[in-house]
Design a protein around this ligand. Structure first.
Ligand code: ITT
Length: 196
């Protein structure tokens, strides 16, 4: 028995494999399953996009499929980039540039107005047509410089006050304990335990 995780993001996949490692099921990425399709994520919410990804691959394979749609909401930027986090400034632009762009936008913003959160929605599409979703967030602040080299994406500018570090300074295990993805996927894992 296996579950396909409908993602091409290697950073996500590393975290996902660690979180789901104690489910007695093999978790394979699209690449590992040999699936190369372009999924059009044209939903207006994290939920819609997560369901689009999970359903598309479930319909293609007939297998149980999980998907993750996630992003960063910066309050001082009216919650941008939000669902556009991967596409922000262009899909091929480096995260050094994307992160620096956000730091520049916030250069005159005081600490108390630098609040931000990561959102993650995990969707599960079952061959019988059943769809499940789980949503979780992590609250933090946009820092003042790019700091840390673990994780991926916007982690080096996301300051977690409780840890006095950015997400990119935490280990994968520490990040998974507190992150949007860690929390949403742990809830989904417990749901799957009952069904498998
Ligand atoms: P898949 O759709 O193939 O899963 P993607 O990267 O395009 O990969 P999303 O559409 O969900 O996935 O975009 C999520 C983006 O949000 C991601 O590319 C990062 O820029 C950002 N992001 C999400 N979770 C993050 C995290 O834990 N740390 C840093 N950045 C994160």
């Amino acid at each position: 028995k296996r579950i396909i995780f409908a993602t091409t993001n290697e950073g996500k996949m590393k975290e996902i494999k660690a979180i789901l490692s104690d489910l007695n099921v093999e978790i394979v990425s699209l690449k590992e399953a040999g699936i190369h399709v372009n999924i059009v994520e044209d939903g207006e919410t994290f939920e819609e996009n997560a369901i689009i990804k999970a359903k598309t691959i479930m319909e293609l394979t007939g297998e149980i499929v999980l998907a993750d749609d996630s992003g960063l909401e910066v309050d001082a930027m009216d919650k941008a980039p939000g669902i556009y986090s991967a596409r922000f400034l262009g899909e091929d632009t480096s995260y050094d540039i994307k992160n620096q762009h956000i730091l520049d936008k916030l250069k005159d913003v005081e600490q108390e107005n630098r609040s931000a959160r990561f959102v993650c929605v995990i969707a599960c599409a079952m061959p019988n047509g059943e769809i499940l979703t789980k949503r979780a967030t992590i609250e933090g602040f946009i820092g003042y410089e790019i700091t840390g080299s673990n994780g991926f994406g916007y982690d080096p500018i996301f300051w977690v006050p409780e840890f006095h570090n950015t997400l990119a300074q935490l280990s994968l295990e520490q990040k998974n304990e507190i992150s949007h993805r860690g929390k949403a996927l742990t809830e989904m894992r417990e749901e799957l335990r009952k069904k498998l």
